[in-house]
Write a protein that binds this ligand. Structure first.
Ligand code: C6P
Length: 410
């Protein structure tokens, strides 16, 4: 664990917020799946924009406007390289992963889905990759079907045999509750045979492991900047160029048009066709700085750190009497989060009591109510890691959990 401690300790130095205290104790931040903390380099990139070249993009011909436009489009190129898209034209900036999925639902779904079509998703989805498809099926009279998961939290791949003709297959890359990393390539291969367009919710994957959209072969992929050290309010939709070209715009107005007269308008080229109005320039620049930061560390190293921390957490916490966790037992098959329950204690009470020791965890249904009902529980507690976490934080958590148990059971 010495190497994990040293890695995390070095990284933490860059994160001002991690130096603060909560209730007189050092903050132990174990909720990066909800949102990640930001390194000074990202904070500086946003500050630098406002101090040096704040101007609207794609409009002005003066110097600072050109600098802002260039920086915004360079951020797009950086995102494209980060996930190995063929071209920056395949990268649409959105507010977050949720908006990216909604964009596909409205722009692709409304014109491509017909009454009776099958839309397939899974029982382990975050609401953001479920509610849009419920909506689309209602709007178009399509049938929404689900692939279940087994006791270990793996998708029941054998159920795919039941669906031979599918219009759309939307699934998560990594579950924000079970931690399961799904076999994306295999799922995309199946989808192609079934005639389905694929939407991959990569909100819990792109921040934590190398992701290559060309290698995966998916049609669409969504993720959020704030979960990968970037600012809030910036997200990404990756879409294959051919599909984006064919799609209608998501929102209409300024910026997304090439020519307008009183009767009608001609749409701009992709990706700008999907970016109506003034975009989140500070967000894109902050995201670019976050990508620089992650690339300097290396996504393989990010992943390795989280696997080791997860392994340590499972080994440590499983020794606590009454501790139950959900999802795969092998850390290699899960992302860096663990959802759990402690017998006899409601997860909300647990989270509130841990906060008294300065430990921040998430409790509730984690925006995945149907998943929890499949597990037969109403709620769970969840810890989630990132590059700045260290093994001693797991030890603090374990000690605090044992103390809470002693007090409540006394
Ligand atoms: N999950 C969590 O604590 P947005 O809110 O659009 O940035 O991300 C939505 C989203 C979509 N898919 C998955 C798998 C997610 O985990 C999330 C966000 C956070 O688990 C907040 S609910």
């Amino acid at each position: 664990m010495k190497d994990v401690f040293e890695f995390g300790s070095r990284v933490r130095e860059d994160f001002p917020l991690l130096k603060r205290q909560v209730r007189g104790k050092p903050l132990v931040y174990l909720d990066s799946a909800a949102t990640a903390q930001k390194p000074i380099q990202v904070i500086e990139a946003v500050k630098n924009f406002y101090e040096k070249f704040n101007a609207n993009v794609h409009r002005g011909v003066y110097s600072i406007a050109e600098e802002a436009t260039a920086a915004y489009e360079e951020a797009r190129e950086k995102v494209a390289r980060f996930i190995n898209a063929r071209s920056p034209r395949e990268i649409v900036f959105t507010r977050n992963a949720t908006e990216a999925i909604n964009l596909v639902m409205y722009s692709w779904g409304l014109s491509n889905v017909r009454r009776g079509d099958v839309l397939l998703t899974t029982e382990m989805e975050h609401h953001s990759n479920l509610v849009p498809w419920q909506n689309l099926s209602k709007l178009k009279g399509a049938e929404l079907k689900f692939v279940g998961f087994n006791e270990e939290g793996f998708l029941r791949l054998e159920e795919l045999d039941n669906y031979k003709d599918v219009r759309l297959f939307a699934f998560t890359f990594a579950s924000n509750v079970l931690g399961t990393i799904n076999p994306v390539r295999e799922l995309v291969k199946y989808a192609k045979e079934a005639g389905a367009v694929t939407v991959v919710d990569a909100a819990q994957a792109v921040p934590h492991m190398p992701v290559d959209v060309q290698q995966l072969g998916c049609d669409f992929m969504a993720f959020s900047g704030h979960k990968m050290l970037g600012p809030m309010g910036i997200g990404v939709l990756y879409g294959k160029e051919r599909l984006l070209e064919e799609m209608e715009p998501f929102m209409v107005g300024g910026e997304m048009v090439k020519a307008v007269d009183f009767r009608g308008s001609e749409w701009n080229e992709i990706p700008w066709k999907f970016e109506a109005g003034t975009p989140n320039v500070e967000g894109a620049l902050g995201l670019a700085a976050a990508i620089d930061y992650l690339e300097r560390i290396g996504m393989d190293a990010v992943r390795k750190h989280e696997v080791k921390l997860t392994e340590y957490a499972l080994d440590t916490l499983i020794r606590i009497d009454g501790f139950t966790y959900y999802g795969p037992s092998s850390p290699e098959q899960r992302c860096g989060l663990v959802s759990f329950n402690l017998r006899g204690i409601h997860p909300h009470d647990l989270a509130a009591l841990l906060d008294e020791d300065g430990i921040a965890i998430r409790a509730g249904h984690h925006c995945a109510m149907p998943l929890h009902s499949r597990l037969g529980i109403a709620a769970s507690a969840r810890i989630s890691f990132y590059i700045y976490n260290i093994p001693s934080e797991v030890d603090f958590l374990a000690e605090s959990l044992k103390k809470i148990k002693r007090v409540l059971e006394a």
